[in-house]
Design a protein around this ligand. Structure first.
Ligand code: ACO
Length: 343
């Protein structure tokens, strides 16, 4: 059976840079650069323009990854797309991405399957574990795994929403998971979840337990209250669980692989809060130079975070063939995941 390795990486972030100061001045949010930086490490994020959706951001990221892998788009055998900000309730964003990539042309005759993943900040690692397992069966050679988010459309960019709205940004990252007979690739992965905390980090724009699923006014027009419209986050609870679960998931993988922390060259932690990651790194005794971060420039880009980091680290020359890396994420669900990869 083949190994599954990452043959190419790519990323795309929209042009518009929104600094912490912009949130205060342009959006009128009662916040300061100092408050945000001190608690989260975020200095700026990117916002996509109106009219641009998750699949649009994913296109250049996937094209970059395909080129980096030395493949052509028609070599892709499956699209795995992770997002919490799809264009619509249904269908998922995967099919929009497939069309935008031109993989439905009659000439190409290549109608690849599209799998949408709903695991928020852990979505990329859930997608990677799925793709690697499929490639390792030998039945498929190249799968694109993409994380893409347009958070800016659904953030309450007012003082009321400041504890969530200041944290998130838009972007997309992609990898190609390919079959190889070489002795490298995704060595192991761990996925976990604790649904008891599903409501602690959630956005409940609609509820299919209700009749109708969105309340209507007298004219029959759907109306969503601010509480349901915007994301709800119990920040301190999330922080506490993130630290415990990220350390736990990593240690499980290290035990499984009989590795020590010294065996790993570079760590990729989900970028929700620089302070969470600094705490985790300190607890594990990791030197700063082994922990990649980009939260200062992009904020939390949820499912896109880890693939954006991989793509940037590779282009900066920090991530090189032959290295052993560890990736770990935690997010809404609660869900978490970790992976050990021989690059
Ligand atoms: N600017 C200024 N003041 C603010 C801001 C802001 N942006 N946000 C909140 N405040 C205020 C609050 O209103 C509150 O004021 P009050 O005391 O007068 O009521 C005060 O600051 C403290 O608010 P807290 O929310 O308690 O602040 P905390 O110290 O917990 O920090 C933070 C908030 C940074 C969000 C932190 O809790 C955190 O990082 N949590 C984890 C986030 C995370 O990991 N998310 C997971 C991934 S997301 C996903 O999966 C989709």
């Amino acid at each position: 059976m083949p190994n599954a390795y990452i043959s190419g990486t790519g990323f795309y972030v929209p042009d518009e840079v929104v600094t912490n100061e912009d949130l205060a001045i342009r959006y009128g949010i009662d916040t300061t650069d100092e408050w945000i930086q001190k608690r989260t490490g975020i200095e700026a994020r990117r916002f996509a323009p109106e009219g641009v959706g998750a699949a649009d951001l994913a296109v250049p990221a996937v094209e970059m990854a395909v080129e980096c892998a030395g493949l052509s788009k028609t070599d892709i055998g499956l699209i795995v797309l992770a997002t919490l900000s799809p264009e619509h309730c249904f269908p998922g964003s995967g099919v929009y991405l497939q069309t935008k990539l031109g993989l439905t042309d009659d000439d190409v005759g290549h109608f690849v399957g599209c799998l949408d993943v709903r695991d928020q900040c852990s979505g990329f690692l859930y997608g990677l574990a799925t793709a690697a397992s499929m490639v390792q069966t030998g039945s498929i050679d190249n799968i694109v795994v993409v994380g893409t988010e347009v958070h800016s459309a659904a953030l309450d960019l007012s003082t009321r929403g400041r504890s969530v709205a200041t944290l998130f940004g838009d972007g997309a990252g992609a990898v190609i998971v390919s079959a190889t007979n070489e002795d490298r690739g995704v060595r192991s992965w761990h996925l976990g979840a604790d649904g008891r905390y599903a409501d602690a980090l959630s956005q409940k724009v609609w509820d299919t337990r209700k009749r109708p699923f969105i309340p209507r006014n007298e004219e029959g027009v759907g109306q969503v209250t601010p509480d349901d419209m915007w994301a709800h986050m119990e920040g301190r609870l999330v922080f506490k669980h993130a630290v415990e679960r990220m350390i736990g998931a990593l240690m499980k993988e290290f035990q499984k692989q009989s590795l020590t922390l010294d065996d790993v060259d570079l760590f990729f932690f989900h970028q929700a809060n620089l302070r969470i990651n600094q705490y985790v790194a300190k607890q594990l005794g990791l030197p700063e130079e082994k922990v990649f971060h980009n939260i200062e420039r992009y904020g939390n880009t949820t499912a896109a975070t880890i693939p954006i980091m991989l793509a940037e680290a590779e282009r900066e020359g920090r991530l090189q063939r032959g290295m052993k890396i560890a990736a770990v994420a935690f997010g809404s669900g609660f869900t978490w995941g970790a992976a050990i990869i021989d690059w």
